[in-house]
Design a protein around this ligand. Structure first.
Ligand code: ZN
Ligand code: ZN
Length: 252
């Protein structure tokens, strides 16, 4: 009998099912712009006009925290005066325009389905950072109360999507937020640091591990520092940080 060369029945059914799932998902969520929700003719992250408005973090930036600027020593003043506990933090985009709108929709406007396209986008845009980054992903966690209000933990969804897009792992429970914190928006840098100090605890299973901490927006790095400190206290060997977007906080 001539036929397809030996693809087992179960894997044929499996791929038919995954095709069906993809089809159903596209029916429920046709490809649309992450920022303005315009329906797109083909799968893409942004529509043409949002795409041209994208602002990427420039190559001239702090080698440790990606704050833009030309810093003679390589590090921005903040990293020079207070070296962070993470090895390096980076984000492909400035927290502006279409990317800021996309993150806002994802976080505050009940669009958990944006995790998948945002994870794919992050995998593409951060390819060279990821090539040198730890493979074990850990999401910056929400506090339980905020989780109940929002019904989803957007950063865990993002870390999961990034893990699927890059063949990595993003296990749940490595890092927890133990103390309620105020939203950081509108707080000064010192207030931000106080607000998040000791707000996290890490599982003992991170001992000896290298981890990549995932967040949506990197601002002064106060939250990333506090989360990294908890991971390092639990014995993590190294922590890198990756976010979708960076807010510029020093006048460059
Ligand atoms: Zn758009
Ligand atoms: Zn820096």
């Amino acid at each position: 009998m001539h036929g397809e060369p030996s693809q087992p029945q179960s894997s044929r059914i499996g791929s038919a099912l995954s095709g069906l799932c993809r089809g159903l998902l596209e029916l429920l969520y046709p490809p649309s712009c992450l920022a303005c929700a315009r329906v797109l003719p083909a799968s893409a992250a942004f529509c043409e006009s949002c795409d041209t408005a994208l602002e990427r973090v420039p190559p001239a930036c702090c080698r440790t925290c990606a704050e833009p600027g030309n810093f003679p020593s390589g590090d921005c003043p903040r990293c020079r005066l207070h070296p962070p506990p993470f090895s390096r933090a980076w984000a492909p985009f400035a927290h502006e325009g279409p990317v800021a709108r996309a993150i806002h929709r994802f976080k505050y406007e009940d669009h958990p389905e944006l995790a998948e396209p945002l994870g794919t986008l992050l995998a593409d845009e951060a390819r060279s950072f990821l090539a040198r980054a730890p493979t074990l992903l850990v999401a910056l966690p929400l506090h339980t109360r905020r989780f109940r209000e929002r019904q989803y933990d957007q950063t865990q969804l993002l870390a999961g999507a990034l893990a699927r897009a890059t063949g990595r792992r993003a296990p749940v429970g490595l890092l927890t937020r133990t103390r309620e914190t105020q939203r950081q928006v509108g707080l000064s840098e010192a207030e931000r640091a106080r607000n998040v100090a000791e707000a996290f605890t890490a599982s003992a299973s991170v001992a000896g591990q290298s981890l990549l901490l995932i967040d949506d927006v990197l601002t002064t790095g106060a939250t990333a520092r506090a989360a990294t400190a908890a991971l390092r206290e639990a014995g993590a060997a190294r922590v890198d940080v990756l976010a979708i977007a960076r807010a510029y906080t020093l006048a460059a």
